[in-house]
Design a protein. Structure first.
Length: 376
């Protein structure tokens, strides 16, 4: 019986792969003819392995902590845009600025989130903007967008308070410190305060909050590993990942309860009548609570927004500091520009006028260094 189930599973997987490949090939051929496209360069691989050689190679690179170095080498060897087979799929990689601009901005509606990303992210972010399509994605984006208006991001006191905590965790004796881990704590605290109205205070000496942060770390790494498994993701099983997701789920549901309580109270009724409503801080959790009482929708949107606010910003800060440490002249120029503030918190206008700071952050943005997109 076990052997029969195994053969059926393998046969079904092969059939799904064949159908998917035929449909994808037809779509790409039709699109190429309509737009005069040439096929991207194909990375040299063993054909009959269907890209599973790359699956195991990527898992090894992730385990050894050399995935970014390997990605950089692949780009240098194959050019700015190329494709490869990975476990039954055929992702197209690009770092060409015009391609990235089209994907993120000018032609974003032409690109879709692949099923592989949705399945990889779903245990952590659910049906959030990280792992959803169509109306669900658009609605989540619309609710989140007001968090980044001029009024909301000008509240520099949140960043300053958490930055002072961040600084206290840096050794003063010259010993080595892992800034990436501290940046993740810093962005978790700032993102939670902006989105939820209160900080999780992971920078404080709180064992339970460190456990949450560690669960976030592990889940994020595993999500990325899952996204590079191809069709093998259907056989993925990792009890540690499951426990991390359960811990995060329980934590996020605490904020779901808070949102439900807010909705049940009279607070959300009176907000629009407040004479100072235009100056009121936009709190994502409260706006979600006004919009829905669906606990799953609340949970997924809160989880997705927190993951985005933590990991992407921490990645930007880590990369930027890594580059500044290797380019002392750029660091010196940046210091001169920041020194004009004379130790005071900047206003929105002052921050926006810091041209060199903006250049440094744009240069350090990992998105422009190496982007991976799956095109159906």
């Amino acid at each position: 019986m076990t052997s029969l189930l195994l053969y059926v599973s393998i046969g079904s997987l092969g059939f799904v792969y064949l159908c998917s490949s035929l449909v994808t090939a037809w779509k790409r051929s039709s699109f190429a003819k309509a737009h005069g496209c040439q096929p991207p360069r194909q990375v040299a691989q063993i054909p009959f392995l269907l890209g599973f050689d790359m699956v195991f190679a990527f898992q090894r690179f992730l385990k050894d902590g050399v995935f970014m170095e390997t990605s950089t080498r692949l780009i240098e060897e194959n050019g700015g845009t190329f494709c490869m087979s990975i476990g039954g799929g055929k992702p197209v990689w690009t770092r060409e600025p015009e391609n990235v601009k089209a994907i993120l901005v000018s032609k974003a509606e032409d690109f879709d989130i692949p099923w592989m990303r949705i399945k990889a992210f779903h245990p952590v972010t659910g049906d959030s903007t990280f792992s959803s399509r169509g109306a669900v994605w658009s609605h989540g984006r619309a609710l989140l967008r007001p968090c980044f208006t001029k009024l909301q991001i000008s509240n520099f006191d949140i960043y300053e308070k958490n930055f002072q905590k961040f600084c206290k965790l840096i050794p003063r004796d010259g010993s080595t410190v892992d800034l990436q881990q501290l940046f993740k704590l810093f962005t978790l605290d700032t993102a939670s305060e902006i989105l939820f109205g209160e900080s999780v205070n992971s920078l404080d000496d709180d064992v339970s909050m460190k456990e949450i942060s560690e669960a976030f770390d592990y889940a994020s790494k595993e999500v990325f590993a899952r996204a590079n498994l191809g069709l093998l993701i259907f056989f993925y099983w990792n009890p540690k990942f499951t426990r991390a997701c359960m811990l995060l789920d329980a934590y996020i549901k605490g904020f779901v309860d808070k949102a439900i309580n807010f909705r049940a109270s009279a607070k959300h009724i009176d907000i629009e009548d407040d004479n100072h409503s235009t100056e009121k801080r936009y709190i994502f959790l409260e706006e979600l609570a006004k919009d829905t009482s669906d606990r799953k929708l609340l949970r997924d949107q809160l989880a997705g927004s927190l993951a985005a606010g933590r990991d992407t910003t921490a990645g930007l800060l880590t990369t930027t500091f890594w580059l500044l440490a290797r380019h002392p002249q750029a660091l010196q120029t940046l210091r001169k520009e920041v020194a004009q503030l004379e130790g005071d918190l900047p206003t929105y206008e002052q921050l926006n006028s810091m041209t060199y700071l903006r250049w440094v952050l744009n240069e350090g943005n990992p998105t422009w260094t190496c982007s991976i997109w799956y095109v159906s």
